[in-house]
Design a protein around this ligand. Structure first.
Ligand code: NAI
Length: 715
């Protein structure tokens, strides 16, 4: 095997086979995945030279040396370190030059994809003449750049529509959606499918045949789609896509709009014009704050999915998980655990167990259909699931996650019942939304094994897990919960026990402020609009309806008690609204009205205005609404940090974004405070405190930061 020479360990190797096919194997040293870095570019250039110059080589195959991934994309650390648009543009132009060489090579290139081919990785594959992929659960193809605020700057905005058609390409480009192998084949993105074991041989055979003219890449059928791209009708499609993007993002995210510009430039001016647009706009995005915040979030999430080696050693292996309560949360928790261990779900109600069984079985079937789960894995997972009303069945569990009704007495009883049957080293977690873990653990035989595992609904879609530890929780219990949570695919933050932990704690004053504004005469829809324009996915009033007004009133009262000294008085109107029978979406009547089945939202429930000062409403400036709500939330986050509930601003930012929908492009409450600057924050909060009361008094850490001119993050 001939290795390309490099001063550091090489990222690729080139092997010339006897049949004239050069196999280029990517293998980034010291990393579990291949990333496209500056260093790799020169190595690829040298490999391309060697392939072009060596007359013995007739074709080339690109393959990964990593198990289970092809190329995961660009090196985001390098992108994050770029401080100017020029640097970004240079990177994009370099990528183009390299990939154009592959695309224009007289010797055909075959991409042999097993595992993730994402972002720059897929762009490399798209530049090849032929794309072969394994029909395997691990294989995924996509251009997720948009999710980190970037555009595919290596020709992806041009080559993807050219290959699969405009209407199939747009959702992939604009949402970052990833395709499984079979879906990618159906879409025309992949030329052929094979097995992981036969990948390299099949790729080499295809390469030889392409070289001798006995094989052609799949031809795209002459579909409506290809007609669209070849006539000015594409303008209509792009205009509609732009309209959809604006509706979804309110224009707050520059990347999807930039992607549409690139696609348009290519369709109207040709491939080179499209590439030029990529170079220009990639640079702009790299230099902007949105991409930086989104990349940091991505990196933070990646970090929070790892366990430190010493903690890993402490974790109790979980062979059997017990979930107590087969309600909404219990079912979700069981669902995301079936691939990790055997799971026993215990409930007191047969009806809950039956519903959970039906839903879990349906979701497994859906995953088999989409290709993300094999039949064998489905059967194994289903066989590992036990649904029971018999408490004795949880005896062998190493980890128990309790998700019964939110009731302190019930939770204490369930803990006592459970401790009577489980082994001494089993860990007990409660998925309470806000009950203090210390109080639940008070009567425990062994409080060191008790902690909170606070999931968000719906569990399979919500990636955050807030683990709550008390002063008694052992390191072993924490290590076990964190390792299991990470294996479930969650992003885990660990916080200390306290009123509302972290997420519920900072949400409460935010929602309460919305209530107080309503009491002052604000309009329901105006409040929602203001916060959505700021970037929240749903407004605070809609959120109150979703959470349930009874639950919100309950949490508000509890947290109000805890923070009464700081002037955080709970809304007096909310309990009255609840008493009058308005519980939110769940009973069809909250601040909005809903169709009977809880779906389809109808107009504002103007009846509630009688509890909020009457039907004549006042206009508030959107900026005032946003300042009042977001600064309440961010100030509370600072309290949580200073009290040691949070161990870092990064945890607080990730928790607020993933758990509460804080606008990701703003980077979370701490990044948001940094972007405003402490001085401005403190000045504004003093103004608000004068006008509305002491709840707006900024935390003294903010005041100190304003004086010293410091920030939460160094960069
Ligand atoms: P749910 O009402 O859907 O389900 C609760 C289930 O617990 C019911 O099936 C009930 O039959 C069962 N149950 C009651 N007593 C039991 C016992 N002694 N042993 C076994 N099962 C028993 O409730 P949901 O929404 O699933 O909430 C469960 C917990 O999760 C609550 O503490 C809640 O505060 C918390 N939570 C809820 C979230 C949500 O969005 N719904 C989010 C995060 C936490």
């Amino acid at each position: 095997m001939a290795k390309t020479s490099s001063s550091t360990a090489p990222s690729l190797s080139l092997e010339l086979r006897g049949d004239g096919v050069a196999v280029v194997r990517f293998d980034t040293p010291g990393s579990s995945v291949n990333v496209l870095s500056r260093e790799l570019v020169s190595e690829v250039e040298r490999a391309l030279d060697a392939i072009a110059e060596d007359p013995k080589i007739v074709a080339a195959v690109l393959v990964s040396g990593k198990p289970g991934t092809f190329i995961a994309g660009a090196d985001l650390d390098q992108v994050l370190a770029m401080n100017s648009a020029e640097e970004g543009s240079r990177l994009s132009a370099t990528g183009h030059a390299l990939l154009d060489r592959i695309a224009a090579s007289g010797k055909p290139f075959v991409a042999a994809v097993h595992g993730a081919a994402l972002g720059g990785g897929l762009e490399v594959a798209l530049a090849c003449k032929y794309l072969l992929a394994t029909d395997d659960e691990k294989t995924q193809l996509g251009l997720p750049e948009v999710m980190v605020g970037l555009l595919p700057g290596g020709g992806g905005t041009q080559r993807l529509p050219a290959r699969v058609g405009l209407t199939a390409a747009l959702p992939l480009l604009l949402t970052g959606k990833k395709l499984r192998a079979r879906e990618a084949y159906k879409a025309g993105l992949v030329d052929a499918l094979t097995t992981p074991g036969g990948l390299v041989e099949t790729a080499c055979l295809a390469a030889r045949k392409l070289a001798n003219g006995t094989l052609e890449p799949r031809e795209r059928e002459l579909s409506l789609d290809s007609l669209l791209s070849s006539t000015p009708l594409y303008r209509l499609v792009l205009a509609k896509a732009r309209e959809d993007v604006m509706k979804k993002t309110r224009g707050l995210y520059p990347a999807p709009l930039a992607i549409l510009e690139c696609v348009e430039a290519g369709l109207s001016g040709g491939f080179a014009a499209g590439q030029d647009k990529e170079v220009e706009l990639f640079g702009k995005l790299v230099a902007g704050p949105e991409a930086k915040n989104l990349i940091r979030l991505f990196k933070a999430m990646t970090d929070l999915k790892k366990t430190a080696a010493d903690e890993k050693a402490l974790a109790q292996p979980v062979k059997r998980l017990a979930v107590l309560g087969a309600g909404l949360m219990g079912e979700g928790i069981a669902s995301v655990s079936l691939n990790l261990s055997s799971v026993v779900v215990k409930d007191v109600a047969d009806a809950s167990l039956a519903r959970a069984a039906k839903n879990i079985s349906r979701s497994l079937a859906r995953r088999v259909k989409s290709g993300s789960l094999s039949r064998v894995s489905r059967d194994r997972q289903w066989a590992g699931l036990t649904l029971t009303t018999d408490p004795a069945r949880i005896a062998g569990a190493n980890l128990v996650i309790e998700a019964v009704f939110e009731d302190l007495e019930l939770k204490r009883n369930v803990l006592a019942e459970t401790e009577a049957v489980i082994a001494d080293d089993a860990v007990f977690a409660t998925n309470t939304s806000a009950l203090p873990i210390g109080q639940i653990a008070k009567a425990a035989k062994d409080p060191t094994r008790v902690l909170g595992m606070h999931y968000f609904s719906p569990v399979p879609k919500m990636p955050l897990l807030e683990i709550v530890v008390t002063s008694k929780t052992s390191q072993r219990a924490l290590a076990t919960a964190r390792a299991y949570g990470i294996a479930q695919g969650q992003t885990v933050i660990v916080v200390k026990d306290g009123p509302g932990f972290y997420t519920s704690r900072i949400l409460a004053p935010f929602m309460n402020e919305a209530m107080l504004l309503l009491e002052e005469g604000a309009e329901i829809e105006a409040l929602d609009r203001a916060l959505k324009d700021f970037g929240f996915p749903v407004g605070p009033v809609t959120l109150l309806d979703e959470v349930g007004l009874d639950v919100a009133a309950h949490v508000g009262r509890d947290l109000g008690k805890a923070f009464v000294k700081r002037g955080l008085t709970p809304s007096a109107a909310l309990p009255l609204i609840v008493e009058a029978g308005n519980l939110g979406r769940k009973n069809g009547k909250g601040f909005f009205l809903y169709a009977k089945d809880g779906h389809g939202r109808k107009p504002v429930n103007t009846d509630v205005y009688r509890f909020l000062g009457g039907s004549s409403r006042k206009a508030f400036a959107a900026s005032e609404v946003v300042d009042r709500l977001t600064l309440q939330m961010a100030n509370e986050a600072v309290y949580a940090l200073e009290e040691g509930v949070l161990s870092s601003p990064q945890d607080g930012d990730v928790g607020a974004i993933l758990g509460l929908g804080f606008p990701p492009f703003r980077g979370g409450p701490f990044r948001f405070l940094d972007s405003l600057g402490a001085e401005k924050v403190v000045t504004r909060m003093h103004e608000l405190a004068l006008a509305h009361g002491s709840r707006f008094t900024p935390h003294k850490r903010l005041v100190k930061m304003a004086v010293a001119g410091t920030r939460f993050y160094r960069e």
